[in-house]
Write a protein that binds this ligand. Structure first.
Ligand SMILES: NC(=O)c1ccc[n+]([C@@H]2O[C@H](COP(=O)([O-])OP(=O)(O)OC[C@H]3O[C@@H](n4cnc5c(N)ncnc54)[C@H](O)[C@@H]3O)[C@@H](O)[C@H]2O)c1
Length: 309
């Protein structure tokens, strides 16, 4: 594997900060974060990591050592940017901004530097379509919160070389991530295709008056949601038997939601300005205290599940 020592994160927002922290899990790696606006990189990472320290997943000393290997600049022309062995882009989810960012980076970085995009839904092939060295470009879809969720989807474009994908997979593994390879650049990659198939059905159940939002969430949390961390859907299909799985699908699939459009319920909530946590009302109503409690309990749950702490 090509030795990666200097990682550049472009875009020091919510994802970029946590990705920067993740990459410092290897003591050999120094990370430069660049953004168009000044960012409190160290302060925010420290705040995001407070539960990791409180649950003794990392020590305060280790956190400080890792923060000491993260540098910040608003100057994209700086030497630290030019020295990058690997770039992870986490700027706004905007095709033009991403394409312009990589066009600029291509004029600054070594031709052999690896370029990764953290886009959640856009095509890495399209983001890289105008670049000169497309074989060194790959999608790396981290999940939020990136310092806790292990998965990173490594997405090959129509031009990504096997060597690039392999190097990135190995690097992510070396910093403790669960890297999976998505062989085709398709919308939703692997995990979001499944996640949003579930969300579509969940919303459809509410839309059709089968159950309310609270009940839908409870149905997941108190049944197959409990199993999913331990037993994937295909393992589960094998466990119950593929003959049974076939019979169930033969009977039930014609009745499941198959709309290719967002639900009218979603459209209506959105039109009325009910955007969920952003406005305090979505499928359910939320007070500021309830929202914070959900965030805290999710992070505590993830730490317990991942580290048994
Ligand atoms: N938020 C999520 O849950 C999530 C999950 C996975 C992937 N992503 C993807 O990660 C990327 C970043 O998302 P985010 O939630 O961190 O957004 P964010 O708005 O918090 O951060 C984006 C940052 O990029 C900076 N920026 C914008 N243009 C720039 C440029 N030309 N050069 C340098 N910096 C620039 C902004 O100043 C901002 O700090 C997006 O592509 C998003 O789709 C987000």
């Amino acid at each position: 594997m090509k030795e990666i020592q200097n990682v550049l994160v472009v875009g020091g927002g919510m994802m970029g900060k946590n990705i920067a922290f993740v990459m410092t899990a290897s003591p050999a790696i120094r990370v430069t974060v660049t953004d168009i606006t000044a960012q409190d990189i160290h302060g925010e990472i420290a705040r995001n990591c407070r539960l990791l320290v409180a649950h003794q997943v990392i020590t305060e000393e280790e956190l400080n050592q890792r923060l000491g290997r993260i540098f910040f600049t608003t100057d994209i022309d700086s030497e630290q940017v030019k020295r990058a062995d690997l770039v992870i882009e986490a700027v706004y989810e905007d095709m033009a901004v991403k394409q312009e960012t990589f066009a600029k980076l291509e004029t600054l970085c070594f031709p052999e530097a690896i370029f990764c995009t953290n886009t959640s839904v856009m095509s890495p092939s399209r983001i890289s379509e105008n670049l000169k060295y497309r074989q060194r470009f790959v999608g790396t879809h981290f999940w939020n919160p990136a310092h806790l969720i292990p998965l990173v989807e490594v997405v090959k474009t129509d031009a990504t070389s096997d060597e690039t994908a392999e190097t990135v997979m190995q690097l992510l593994t070396s910093v403790g991530k669960k890297a999976i390879l998505c062989q085709k650049d398709v919308p939703g990659f692997v995990a979001n295709r499944m996640q949003h198939a579930l969300w579509r059905e969940a919303i459809s159940i509410v839309e059709n008056g089968i159950a309310d939002a609270q009940t839908v969430d409870e149905a997941v949390k108190f049944s197959f949601g409990l199993r999913l961390g331990q037993l994937g859907p295909l393992e589960n299909a094998d466990m119950v038997g593929l003959d049974l799985t076939y019979s169930i699908h033969d009977y039930i699939l014609p009745h499941l939601e198959a709309s290719g459009r967002p639900s009218p319920v979603l459209e209506e909530l959105r039109a009325h300005g009910h955007l969920g946590f952003k406005t305090g009302k979505g499928f359910k109503s939320w007070t500021p205290g309830q929202m914070q409690a959900v965030r805290d309990s999710l992070n505590t749950y993830l730490i317990k599940a991942l580290y048994d702490k």
